[in-house]
Design a protein around this ligand. Structure first.
Ligand code: NAD
Length: 252
């Protein structure tokens, strides 16, 4: 079946790489029209070319999701090109690594600016259009780090826990309009963000062994869960956080 997103218009952020790119391609193959964005102009152009290969309608906007005008530009592009907005995948994300006493305020703000403030701004701008469309679905990409932590990850963990709280509140406030809002908690996924680490044999093996399934996740593994949450298959799922981590978190 390849029609689970037929008639939907989706914005996917951070679609120049990894989970975002795989999601844009899968939603397109399932019939959605796609507006996608990324910080990198070149990566955006590559994704656009791939989307054109699927035959789906798509439009790209290279922009920084932490800027205040980006959300409005993305939503306007969707309306202008495809007449409505039904789906938002807030995927763009970034990290940093510093112990708390060494973590600068600028880094704290940069990480939160992308990971949670960026999601908030797009949701805020998208909500009136989702209501006009008669309902819709928002999928926010968090991380298993929304629930646990590791050394150096204060800003990242705090921002991803923020995504969980934001998601639950949007789900509660807008459910009556037929808007569902859920979040995904990926585990160790082989993407642009993690490639340098996971290409080191000794690091990859450690993470593979930590998962019950004994492998790293691939972007497509995440895209399939996002498709489920974005599609009508998840019609009665809202405010939920779905762990997709190969069983990483099963034991302490
Ligand atoms: N890879 C993992 O193991 C993993 C685990 C848990 C959560 N995540 C989350 O998954 C999401 C996608 O990450 P990925 O692993 O596919 O990494 P990735 O680096 O392959 O892709 C992230 C994309 O987001 C873009 N981006 C970064 N900052 C941006 C900004 N300010 N504005 C617009 N675009 C921006 C990057 O240019 C990049 O193309 C992120 O939110 C990340 O935190 C990833």
């Amino acid at each position: 079946m390849a029609d689970r997103m037929l008639g939907k218009v989706a914005i996917v952020t951070g679609a120049g790489s990894g989970i975002g790119r795989a999601t844009a391609l899968l939603l397109a193959r399932e019939g959605a029209s796609i507006v996608h964005s990324d910080l990198s102009e070149q990566a955006s152009a590559e994704t656009q070319k791939m989307l054109e290969g699927t035959g789906a309608k798509s439009a790209a906007l290279a922009a920084d999701i932490s800027r205040e005008d980006t959300a409005a530009r993305l939503v306007e592009l969707a309306l202008e090109r495809f007449g409505k907005l039904t789906t938002v995948v807030n995927n763009a994300g970034t990290g940093t690594n510093a112990l708390v006493a060494e973590l600068s305020l600028a880094e704290w703000d940069r990480v939160h600016g992308v990971n949670v403030r960026g999601q908030f701004m797009l949701i805020k701008r998208a909500l009136p259009e989702l209501i006009k469309a008669g309902g819709g679905a928002i999928v926010n990409v968090a991380s298993v780090m929304a629930e646990v932590t590791d050394y150096g990850l204060a800003a990242y963990c705090s921002s991803k826990a923020g995504v969980a709280g934001l998601t639950r509140t949007v789900a509660l406030e807008y459910g009556k309009h037929g808007i569902r809002c859920n979040y995904l908690m990926p585990g160790p996924i082989y993407t642009g963000m993690t490639r340098a680490n996971f290409d080191r044999e000794e690091i990859r093996q450690v993470w593979e062994k930590k998962t019950a399934l004994r492998r790293l996740g691939q972007p497509e593994d995440m895209a399939k869960v996002i498709l489920f949450l974005a599609s009508d298959d998840a019609a009665y799922v809202t405010g939920a956080g779905i762990r997709a981590d190969g069983g990483l978190m099963l034991r302490s």
